[in-house]
Write a protein that binds this ligand. Structure first.
Ligand code: AMP
Ligand code: MG
Length: 411
């Protein structure tokens, strides 16, 4: 039984030496959500010239020691001005009208905002002084030419993409998405297109997992539903072990037909843990299996046996499978951040397990509040579909009062 902390698995690519897939080149437009496989450095100083951050006048700050100052306007510098349009220097008593994003000429050491000025023919009257450096970003202040900007293993977001664009990278090398096999088990489970018998249910877990896998940067590979029968289960597990990671759902609790652990233990398997002190999700198992490996020329495949109850499947994916998937996808390990919000209505639970309960987070800015959704337990997909997060309750808490701050795990 592992402790509830997912940090155990977070550190996995260090402890378990997780291999990453190959790399490919993507257009910057499609790079968001991919994992960077090359370092990106500044191709020149950022900004490449001292940049005015305001519309106004480039001045010598010492000229404004007496106010109001009346100064001679010798030029107008717009953003993108050619070098021959920029005065070589601003002398004492002179200013240049300047726009946001334009280069500040030599001699000037500050920009006065246009709001504090009044044009008077060839001169301008300035009503307010400025400190040296005010409203100017010096050349190279954001990054020096050659400085590393983005590291390998970074999950690319819009800011990283903007930075890559600003240094001229229209294509980026990223890691290929790992292929994640999904195998669901249970005689009662039928495919979505089939007409279920009166005691059967449709396979929803393979689809929730496919969605989570895609969101985490993987490529889902859905296998047929395995019956609760050893021979067929073995064959499908062997098939799944050809992928970069095998996720199984169902068949890992203590039922008489929960065959997954038994099938795996016959297949050169090492279990890292069987069970976690959480609810939902207690029976989750994690290990690696050597079988099926020769086909891919790799010594083993990691696998998770996730509980079959749909909410348990979703929670255990987020806590345990996702960090490993991210490592396989080339991401540097990171701790999962949790938000905090005020609890709207009190909660009573039993102690002993850390709880992840479906909830609705609402409100905005400092007013965020969270409330559990009414549910019928971890099989209740309809309740889960109304939720947008989980409230996390520590294992030693029995009662949490309305108004208390609680940890929230986003989906
Ligand atoms: P198990 O972990 O096999 O004991 O299953 C726990 C519960 O989850 C049972 O009610 C199963 O019917 C249900 N279940 C198992 N697999 C799926 C699936 N793929 N989709 C929806 N429900 C499932
Ligand atoms: Mg089952």
């Amino acid at each position: 039984m592992v402790e509830e902390q997912a940090s155990l698995v977070r550190a996995m690519n260090v402890r378990f030496n997780v291999p990453t897939s190959g790399t490919e080149s993507v257009d910057l437009v499609w790079a968001a959500g991919r994992v960077l496989a090359e370092p990106v450095a500044a191709d020149r100083d950022l900004p490449p010239f001292p940049r005015s951050t305001r519309d106004g006048y480039a001045v010598r700050s010492s000229d404004l020691s007496k106010l109001p100052g009346a100064l001679e306007v010798i030029a107008e510098i717009k953003a993108g001005a050619r070098l021959d349009e920029i005065p070589p220097s601003i002398a004492s008593g002179q200013v240049a009208s300047i726009m946001t994003g334009a280069p500040v000429p030599d001699g000037a050491d500050a920009v006065v905002m246009v709001e504090y000025t009044r044009p008077q023919g060839a001169r301008v009257e300035v009503a307010k002084g400025v400190a040296p450096g005010e409203n100017i970003v010096p050349r190279g202040a954001e990054a020096r030419a050659g400085a590393p900007l983005l590291e390998r293993g970074l999950l690319l977001n819009e800011a990283a993409i903007a930075l890559a664009a600003s240094v001229g990278k229209s294509q980026l090398q990223v890691y290929q998405r790992p292929r994640i096999a999904v195998l669901t088990t249970g005689d009662e489970v039928v495919s979505v297109d089939a007409t279920p018998g009166p005691t059967q249910i449709r396979n929803s877990n393979s689809y929730s997992l496919a969605a989570q896998i895609r969101r985490a940067g993987g490529e889902p590979v859905l296998l047929p539903v395995a019956p609760d029968e050893m021979q067929a289960l073995r064959g499908l597990i062997a098939e799944g072990l050809k992928s970069d990671l095998l996720l199984m759902t169902g068949g890992v609790s203590m039922g008489r037909y929960d065959l997954v652990e038994q099938a795996l233990s016959e297949m050169h398997t090492e279990f890292f843990f069987t069970g976690a002190k959480i609810q939902p999700g207690r029976p989750v198992v994690f290990g690696k299996c050597g079988a099926g490996a020769p086909a891919r020329e790799k010594p083993f495949t990691y696998f998770f046996g996730l509980p079959g109850n749909p909410v348990s499947t979703m929670v255990t994916f987020e806590l345990f499978a996702r960090p490993l998937l991210e490592a396989l996808a080339g991401q540097s390990p990171r701790k999962r951040p949790f938000l905090h919000a005020r609890l709207k209505k009190e909660i009573h639970v039993k102690t002993g397990l850390k709880r992840f309960l479906p909830a609705i987070l609402s409100g905005e800015f400092e007013q965020s509040e969270v409330e559990l959704v009414a549910w019928q337990g971890s099989g209740d997909i309809a309740a889960m579909a109304r939720a947008n997060c989980y409230v996390v309750i520590p294992s030693d808490r029995e009662h949490i009062a309305a108004g208390e701050w609680v940890a929230v795990m986003m989906r």
